[in-house]
Design a protein around this ligand. Structure first.
Ligand SMILES: NC(=O)C1=CN([C@@H]2O[C@H](COP(=O)(O)OP(=O)(O)OC[C@H]3O[C@@H](n4cnc5c(N)ncnc54)[C@H](OP(=O)(O)O)[C@@H]3O)[C@@H](O)[C@H]2O)C=CC1
Ligand SMILES: CC(=O)C(=O)O
Ligand SMILES: [Mg+2]
Length: 751
C-alpha cells in the first residue's frame, strides 16, 4: 500500500473548509409551514412529552435518543499526544462522531468536559443520561478512566463504553486470533509483551487473559519499565493486577524471545534491535496513534517473518478501534441495550476475526484497488469493508439478547440484516472505488489551466494523494507565485510544470495539428497560435502524443468552447458518438443525466447512442444500468411532437438488442419512483432508473443545476464519453475538490 503524504496545511484546510469542523445537524422533519411549527414545537410537542412522562421507554419512539451517542472526553490522553486539554481534543471527538455516522449510521455528538476531576466528570455525564442512547468515553487517561467508566456503568441505564479500553481490546483480540492462526501458535503458549499500561493496555491484556493468555506469560511495561511484583514506583491497582514475578526490568530484556508485542504507548518506543530479538514469526501490533511504536518498514527490515499491524489507515492491517465502536453501538442501540457487556465484546471480536478469514468479495477489492486475501498482510477486515455493517451488529445484538441486556429483542434477525444493509450510502462505495482504481492506475494527469489556483490545488492534491504524476500547463514563475500565495510553496518542486510556448515538442505538435486542420481553413500561423498559446489545445496535443495519460480542463472557460478547442485535436463531437454524462449524488442515491455536454438536440438514434454511452459509464462506476428516456409525457400521453423522439428511442435500443434495461418515454417521477411505476405494470424497469436520458442539452443543464442549487446534490461530471483518450471537461463553477474528482475519473478512464 503506497503511503499517503498529508501536510499540516492540508490537515488544517480539511478542518477549516467548507465550514469549520467536521459535521452539522440537519432536521429530519419539515419545518416550513405554520402547521409544521405547531406540530414540532408548541402546542404539538406537548403530546409526546406527556407520553414519555407516563412511559419513559417511549423516548426511544418519539425522540432521537435511541440512535444518539455522546462521544465524551476531557482530553487527558488525546491519541498518543498526551494531555492536550478538553478543547484541543475536540477534532478527535468530532472525528469519532462522524465515524459513527459514516460506518454505522449512528448519530453522534461530541462533548468535551473541562475537568480532570473524576467526580466532576462522572456527575456531568450522569446528568446527561436522558438525552442519549449510549455514552462513548474517549481519550481519558488512566487510571482516572477506570474509575469514571466503572462508576458510570453502575449508575446509568444505557451503555457506557470507554472506547480506548474496550474498543481497542476487541480489535486487538480479533487481530491476534488471526495472527496466531497464521503463525501456528496458541494463545495459551505465547509470550506476550505489552508496552503501555494505561486505558488501552490494561483492557487489552485483560481481554487476552480472559481468552486464554497465561498470566505468567504476559509482561507489561510502562514508562518505568517492566511491571514486576514488588515494584512501587508509578504503580496503581490496575497495573498491580498484572505484575509478574520476574528479574526482567527493561522493555528490551522482556522482548527477547517474545512471540507477541502489543504497543499502546507512544511513537518510537520500540527499537529494531528489540524486534530482532523476538521469537520466530513474531506478531507486532504497534498501535500508538498517530505514529506507531515502530513502523512496519523498520520492523520488516530486521524481521521479514514478522506479522505487523498499526493503528493507521495507510499501512496494511489497521488495528484500530474504528472497527469496533460503530458496530458495537449499532447492535446495542438496535436492541435498546442497558449495557455493552463482555459477551457482546467477545462476539464482536470473533465476528471480526471470522470476517477476515472469509473470501473477500470483489466490491471490497474494487474499493481498495487490490485483491485482499487472508494472510500476513490481511489479518483484520479493512474499515471500508461494506460487510461490517451487516455482520458485526447482528452478532453483538444476539449476544446482548442472550445475556438478558436487551430491552427490546430483535424478533426477525434476517429482516434486521436487510435493514442494516439499507442504512449505508451506496454512493460512498462508488467514490471509494474510483479513488482506489485511480491510485492503482498511477496516471500522468495533465491539468491544462495552471493559471487557476483551484486547478493548482487539485493538481497538488492529485499527486500528494498518490494518484500519480500531475503535469500542469502554465508559466513556471506564475505557478510558483500562485502556489506560494496559497501556502503550497513546497509543491513547486513536486509537480511538473510545462510551458506551452517553450516546449521542445511544439514543432511535432504543430505538424500533427496542421495535418488535421489544413483543410478546415487553418493555415500554419493559425496552427502555431493554437498550439503555442491555447493551453486547452496544447494539453490535448500532449495527450494525443502520449505525453500524459489523461487531461482535465474547462475550469476557466465555458465547456462548449473548450470542447470545440479539444475537437481540433480529437474527434469528440456529436457526429463521432461522444456524449457527456453527469452523475448526481444525493441522499444515498446516484442518478446520471445524459447528454449534458455534446448533443444540442439529439434525434432518436443519437438518444439511443447516448443511452449506450451512459450505460457504459454506469458499469464503469460499478452500477447496473437502468435507463429511462424522460419527457413530460409517459407512454404516449399527453401526445406531443416534442416527446415523439423520446417515444421512439427505446424502440431503437430494442432493435439493437442492448444488454441493459431501458424504458420510456416517461416523466421523471415514474422513472425514479417505484410506486409511480406500479401504475404501468407493463413497464420493464426492475427498479428506479439510475440513468435519465433527457431530450436536449438545455433540459440536461436545467436538471443538473436545479438539483445542485435546490437540493444540494453532489455533481460529478460532465464525464466525456466516447473519445479514445481520457479527457474530462470541468465547469467554471467547480471547486478544487470537484476538479480533483474529474482528474480521478480521467485516471480510471471512466468515459
Ligand atoms: N490503535 C488503536 O485503536 C488505539 C490506540 N491507542 C493508542 O495507545 C496509546 C495509549 O493510549 P491510552 O491507553 O488511551 O493512554 P493512557 O494515557 O491511558 O496510557 C498511556 C500508557 O502508555 C505508557 N507510556 C507512555 N510512554 C511510554 C513509553 N515511552 N514506554 C512505555 N510506556 C509508555 C504510560 O506509562 P505510565 O503509566 O508510566 O505513564 C501509560 O501506561 C496512544 O498512543 C493511543 O493513540 C489507544 C486507543 C486505541
Ligand atoms: C484510536 C484511538 O482511539 C486512539 O488512538 O486514541
Ligand atoms: Mg482514543
Amino acid at each position: 500500500m503506497a503511503k499517503m503524504k498529508i501536510t499540516r496545511e492540508e490537515a488544517l484546510a480539511f478542518h477549516l473548509e467548507p465550514t469549520p469542523g467536521k459535521f452539522e445537524i440537519t432536521a429530519t422533519v419539515p419545518m416550513t409551514t405554520q402547521r409544521d411549527l405547531s406540530l414540532a414545537y408548541s402546542p404539538g410537542v406537548a403530546v409526546p412529552c406527556e407520553e414519555i412522562a407516563a412511559n419513559p421507554e417511549t423516548a426511544y419512539d418519539y425522540t432521537n435518543k435511541g440512535n444518539l451517542v455522546a462521544v465524551i472526553s476531557n482530553g487527558t490522553a488525546v491519541l498518543g499526544l498526551g494531555n492536550l486539554g478538553a478543547v484541543a481534543s475536540k477534532p478527535v471527538m468530532e472525528g469519532k462522531a462522524v465515524l459513527f455516522k459514516r460506518f454505522a449510521d449512528v448519530n453522534s455528538i461530541d462533548i468535551e468536559l473541562d475537568t480532570e476531576d473524576p467526580e466532576a466528570f462522572i456527575n456531568a455525564v450522569k446528568l446527561m443520561g436522558p438525552t442519549f442512547g449510549g455514552i462513548n468515553l474517549e481519550d481519558i487517561k488512566a487510571p482516572e478512566c477506570f474509575i469514571i467508566e466503572q462508576q458510570l456503568k453502575e449508575i446509568m441505564d444505557i451503555p457506557v463504553f470507554h472506547d480506548d479500553q474496550h474498543g481497542t481490546a476487541v480489535i486487538c483480540a480479533a487481530g491476534l486470533i488471526n495472527a496466531l492462526h497464521i503463525s501456528g501458535k496458541k494463545i495459551e503458549d505465547v509470550k506476550i509483551v505489552l508496552n503501555g499500561a494505561g486505558a488501552a493496555g490494561i483492557a487489552c491484556i485483560e481481554l487476552l487473559k480472559s481468552m486464554g493468555a497465561r498470566h505468567d506469560n504476559c509482561i507489561v511495561c510502562d514508562t518505568k519499565g517492566v511491571i514486576y511484583q514488588g515494584r512501587t514506583e508509578g504503580m496503581n491497582q490496575w497495573k498491580s493486577a498484572h505484575a509478574v514475578k520476574t528479574d526482567l526490568r527493561e522493555l528490551g530484556e522482556a522482548m527477547k524471545d517474545a512471540d507477541v508485542f502489543l504497543g499502546v504507548s507512544v511513537k518510537g518506543a520500540v527499537t529494531e534491535d528489540m524486534i530482532a530479538s523476538m521469537a520466530d514469526n513474531p506478531v507486532i501490533f504497534a498501535m500508538a496513534n498517530p505514529d506507531p511504536e515502530i513502523t512496519p518498514e523498520e520492523a520488516h527490515a530486521v524481521r521479514a517473518d514478522a506479522i505487523v499491524a498499526t493503528g493507521r489507515s495507510d499501512y496494511p492491517n489497521q488495528v484500530n478501534n474504528v472497527l469496533g465502536f460503530p458496530y458495537l453501538f449499532r447492535g446495542a442501540l438496535d436492541v435498546h441495550a442497558r449495557a455493552i457487556n463482555d459477551e457482546m465484546k467477545i462476539a464482536c471480536a470473533q465476528a471480526l476475526a471470522s470476517l477476515a478469514r472469509e473470501d473477500v468479495p470483489d466490491e471490497v477489492a474494487m474499493a481498495y484497488g487490490q485483491k485482499l486475501s487472508f494472510g500476513r498482510d490481511y489479518i483484520i477486515p479493512t474499515p471500508f469493508d461494506p460487510r461490517l455493517i451487516y455482520t458485526i451488529p447482528p452478532a453483538v445484538a444476539r449476544a446482548c439478547m442472550d445475556t438478558g441486556a436487551a430491552r427490546r429483542p430483535i424478533v426477525d434477525m434476517e429482516a434486521y440484516e436487510v435493514s442494516l444493509k439499507a442504512r449505508m450510502d451506496p454512493t460512498a462505495s462508488i467514490l471509494r472505488s474510483i479513488n482506489a482504481r485511480a491510485r492503482n492506475a498511477q496516471a500522468r494527469m495533465i491539468f491544462a489551466e495552471g493559471d487557476d489556483i483551484r486547478v493548482l490545488r487539485a493538481a497538488v492534491q492529485y499527486q500528494r494523494t498518490g494518484f500519480g504524476k500531475a503535469i500542469v500547463i502554465g508559466r513556471d514563475e506564475d505557478v510558483k507565485a500562485k502556489l506560494e500565495a496559497a501556502g503550497l510553496g513546497d509543491a513547486v518542486r513536486e509537480i511538473e510544470v510545462t510551458n506551452a510556448a517553450k516546449s521542445a515538442r511544439l514543432e511535432e505538435y504543430k505538424e500533427f495539428l496542421y495535418q488535421r486542420l489544413q483543410r478546415k481553413g487553418f493555415d500554419r500561423h493559425d496552427v502555431h497560435r493554437l498550439a503555442a498559446r491555447d493551453r486547452h489545445v496544447f494539453s490535448a496535443l500532449m495527450l494525443a502524443h502520449g505525453h500524459g495519460d489523461g487531461l482535465v480542463t474547462g475550469a476557466t472557460r465555458k465547456s462548449a468552447h473548450v470542447l470545440q478547442l479539444i475537437n481540433h485535436v480529437f474527434d469528440a463531437g456529436a457526429e463521432h458518438g461522444a456524449a457527456g454524462i453527469t452523475a448526481l449524488l444525493h441522499k444515498g442515491r446516484i442518478v446520471m443525466i445524459a447528454d449534458t455536454l455534446v448533443h444540442e438536440w439529439p434525434d432518436e438514434e443519437d438518444l439511443a447512442n447516448i443511452a449506450e454511452r451512459a450505460a457504459g459509464v454506469a458499469r464503469h462506476l460499478g452500477l447496473e444500468p437502468r435507463v429511462a428516456f424522460v419527457s413530460f409525457s409517459t407512454f404516449g400521453y399527453p401526445r406531443s411532437e416534442r416527446a415523439e423522439k423520446m417515444h421512439q428511442a427505446p424502440k431503437v435500443l430494442e432493435k439493437r438488442g442492448v444488454d441493459f434495461e431501458f424504458e420510456g418515454e416517461m416523466t421523471v417521477d415514474v422513472a425514479l419512483n417505484v410506486t409511480a411505476q406500479e401504475t404501468y405494470p407493463f413497464q420493464r424497469l426492475s427498479g428506479p432508473a439510475n440513468i435519465l436520458v433527457v431530450p436536449a442539452r438545455h433540459s440536461a443543464s436545467i436538471s443538473v443545476k436545479l438539483m445542485q442549487e435546490m437540493a444540494g446534490a453532489t455533481v460529478i461530471g460532465p464525464i466525456l464519453s466516447g473519445v479514445d483518450k481520457s479527457i474530462q471537461i470541468c465547469s467554471s463553477n467547480f471547486t478544487a475538490n470537484d476538479i480533483l474528482n474529474m482528474a480521478v475519473l480521467a485516471a480510471c478512464k471512466v468515459g
